[in-house]
Design a protein around this ligand. Structure first.
Ligand SMILES: [Fe+2]
Ligand SMILES: [Fe+2]
Length: 346
């Protein structure tokens, strides 16, 4: 005969059968065991509580009328309160439909009127077990989803740190992505984007050059003009950056800015040579901010441009390589903005 300790060793969730009549406990227990369920039995409420506290119970099958004035309805109330995920099925003496209905009102999952055909018991227990399994599965998915969301957030923080590392790779680009981010935010506001989109372009500005993690420092820091091969190497950074963030779900909205911030209106940009009308607004915003940051900061091969010359140079891009209205909005937006002033180490 199978004992409770035998079931405990199986580490399976059990059906808890609570009935004061030993014959019923034996019969129900034997039948459910044959059906492949782990079963524990209790003759009264204290025994039932012990089982509930001591092991994982799949479903409770409880007689409404117990000995010594105890009621299965009290057990039902306790389970609802302390184990809200657990289904309770009530058993009642034939003809006591009133209390059966009452038990359902109080949260019982179902009831069986004695004597019940064993097939009915099997169907009811199977249903309850299935519900429990589905619920456990849903909870597991929810937990996984939560963990996934947390991972995504961590990933965003990780990428921002990576952008800082890339800035630090070269003393000439020490604050490049930070400044591009601020300028992109400024332009986003001037274009009356909603606040979510403004934050998006600011983050896009911060991460736009993330692909430079793959560019050798010697090229980033080279004091003289770049060779053709070095220039081609630099041109790989938007696609490298895009490949880096492509698998991350929450980064999808940033991809156009990372991949296309070197595309141009006339289709001669890189990496895709997109025609200007296919470059999204977010990418133009980062491009203008990036362009301005580059010409107004010190680079290995030149001093920062004085303000009036930088304005002239950017304006010349308008209508040629960058949409003119975006250039003009940018120039208007940066008036009196300290972040736009020429900068860089002397
Ligand atoms: Fe870039
Ligand atoms: Fe850049």
């Amino acid at each position: 005969m199978r004992t409770a300790s035998h079931w405990l060793s199986l580490e399976r969730s059990a059906v808890l059968v609570v009935d004061d009549e030993p014959g019923i406990r034996r019969m129900v227990s034997a039948f459910l065991t044959r059906e492949g369920h782990a079963v524990v039995t209790a003759a009264n409420l204290p025994e039932a509580r012990n089982h509930l506290a001591g092991r994982d119970i799949l479903v409770v099958l409880a007689d409404i009328t117990l000995a010594a004035g105890e009621s299965g309805l009290d057990l039902l109330a306790e389970v609802r309160r302390e184990h809200p995920d657990l289904d309770v099925m009530m058993m009642t003496a034939n003809g006591d439909l009133g209390s059966a209905v009452e038990s359902v009102k109080q949260g019982a999952y179902d009831y069986l009127c004695k004597p019940f055909p064993l097939e009915m018991l099997k169907a009811a227990v199977d249903r309850a077990v299935e519900r429990r399994r589905l619920r456990a599965k849903a909870q597991m998915l929810e937990r996984l989803e939560g963990r996934f969301a947390a991972d995504q957030e961590n990933m965003e923080e990780f990428l921002v740190s990576m952008a800082t590392v890339i800035d630090a790779k070269s003393r000439y680009t020490a604050v490049h992505s930070q400044r591009v981010s601020e300028l992109a935010r400024l332009l986003g506001r001037a274009l009356h984007l909603d606040e979510d989109r403004v934050q998006l372009v600011a983050l896009g500005g911060r991460l736009h050059d993330i692909g430079k993690i793959g560019t050798p420092d010697a090229i980033l820091d080279k004091p003289g003009a770049l060779t053709r091969a070095e220039y081609l190497e630099i041109q790989r950074h938007p696609a490298i950056g895009d490949d880096l963030v492509a698998p991350i779900r929450t980064m999808q909205a940033l991809r156009p800015m990372i991949r296309w911030h070197h595309e141009t209106l006339d289709g001669t940009g890189y990496p895709d040579g997109l025609p200007g009308d296919r470059v999204p607004l977010e990418a133009w915003i980062v491009k203008v901010a990036d362009f301005w940051e580059a010409i107004t900061s010190r680079r290995p091969y030149r001093d920062p441009m004085p303000l009036p010359i930088a304005v002239k140079v950017l304006r010349e891009e308008g209508g040629k390589r960058i949409p003119r209205d975006i250039v003009e909005t940018f120039l208007e937006a940066i008036q009196d903005a300290p972040v736009a002033l020429p900068t860089g180490p002397a």
